[in-house]
Structure formats: structure tokens, C-alpha cells
Design a protein. Sequence first.
Lengths: 114, 112
Amino acid sequence: GAGVSQSPRYKVAKRGQDVALRCDPISGHVSLFWYQQALGQGPEFLTYFQNEAQLDKSGLPSDRFFAERPEGSVSTLKIQRTQQEDSAVYLCASSSTGGSYEQYFGPGTRLTVT
Amino acid sequence: QKEVEQDPGPLSVPEGAIVSLNCTYSNSAFQYFMWYRQYSRKGPELLMYTYSSGNKEDGRFTAQVDKSSKYISLFIRDSQPSDSATYLCAMSISGGYNKLIFGAGTRLAVHP
């Protein structure tokens, strides 16, 4: 079956531009996570949704980062006024329930801010 | 200091070798311990999962958790070139949802 998909796979933005990154989770998965992976590092938690409710946004680095999941399926991570330090791979993961240990990751969106 | 420490390597071994990958952690509240494999330009995929202390075996892979030492290991037997990837340890606190805390990842190269 279809896994988690993310688009675009690659995004180049000029410093100061806004970007929107999309995640399509596995159908029926209640939980959705966003992670940020800097080069040579492990993923770092950004935010968590249970259905359409954003229950944890403690990992968002600044108020320039905003995530939504309005209908409890597709999610969008938006970054306003991008900075060079935002350059990273943004990973989306979904799981059938919040308590499930198995998170299925998408391929990520590689964001480069020039 | 990070909550989860992992030697980034790289680690280069010949085909057929036994590989040992390790992580240490500082938060004693961690209860779930996982190993993910990540190929270049792909998302992580779950390899092994262990709850609390103990060992778990799955084919050529064995995961060990020693909570008293705050130390976890992944062993790969009879390593293959297809095992060449970055291996990430991940941990979470029980209850609620599984917000994963990852190590930096160890890059492994298995050469024929």
C-alpha cells in the first residue's frame, strides 16, 4: 500500500521567502509528526497532531514555523521569512495511534535557503 | 549535552563481520527504545523496538537495552553490503504519544 508521501522533495528558497511543505500520511493514521533533520544529525521533533488537533508544538524553533492539519489527514508545515539556518530535511511521520511505537516516515523535503 | 549520544562514525567493516552500534542516554524516564535505518535521501525505517530492559532478536539483528547503565546496543551479524546505511537510535517516554528523541546516527559501510 501507499506509504507517507511528501512534496516537494526538494525546495530552494531565497532568504526571506515563505515556503510550504506538504505531508500525506498513511490513510487512516490518527497521529502525525514533523521532524527536522540537519545535515549529519538525527531527526529532531517539531510538532505532533492527533487528528486535526495540534497537541504538541514544543519543538518548533520560532514563531516563523507554523503547522496545520485542518481535516485530520494532509498536513502542511509553513516557514515564514526563511533563514539560512532553516536549511534541513523536513520529515513527516504517521502512526496508527499516538501510543503506537511504529512511526512510518516519508522521504522528507530537503529545504535549502540561499 | 544531548539527551541521546551516538558516535557518528563512519564505521567501515568487511562483509560478514559482526557490527556493534551503541547509544547512551541521560533521561531515566525513557521506556521505549528503537533502532531506525536510514538510506541516503530516504526517510528512517524502523528496524527494532524494545520496551524497557532486555534483549530482542530478529534475524541477523539483536537489540539490547541496559537501563541501569543507560546504554543500548544494536548488533548486526553476517553484515551485508546492503546493510550500508545510517543507523539511528531513538527513544521515547511511555504514555501519551511517542515523541521520539534520536541520536545523531552512525554511518555504516559494509564493503565486499
